[in-house]
Write a protein that binds this ligand. Structure first.
Ligand SMILES: [Zn+2]
Length: 84
């Protein structure tokens, strides 16, 4: 999975999918961030190891995981959390 595919999944995936995402290049854990702007938001994904970073297209609503994990999460952090 390349980083733009990962960003797509981070926009549309369910909690389980987002939780298991890893960097396609190095397998590192990811920081996933939802940034709200005036009319729309966007998701940014950054690898904590190789520092690749990509942003999504604009979204009309926040992705599902924002309600569960908050606007800024690291995949290692949510993997260690239970399913609730
Ligand atoms: Zn990486």
């Amino acid at each position: 999975m390349n980083l733009s595919e990962i960003v797509d999944l981070a926009c549309t995936g369910d909690l389980t999918q987002v939780r298991t995402l890893r960097c396609g290049e190095c397998g590192g854990s990811l920081r996933i961030e939802y940034v709200e702007e005036q009319v729309a938001g966007a998701v940014y994904v950054e690898c904590l190891d190789c520092k690749q970073r990509t942003g999504s297209r604009r979204l009309n609503s926040a992705p599902l995981w924002v309600g569960e994990f908050g606007k800024r999460v690291e995949t290692t952090e949510i993997q260690n959390r239970g399913t609730g």
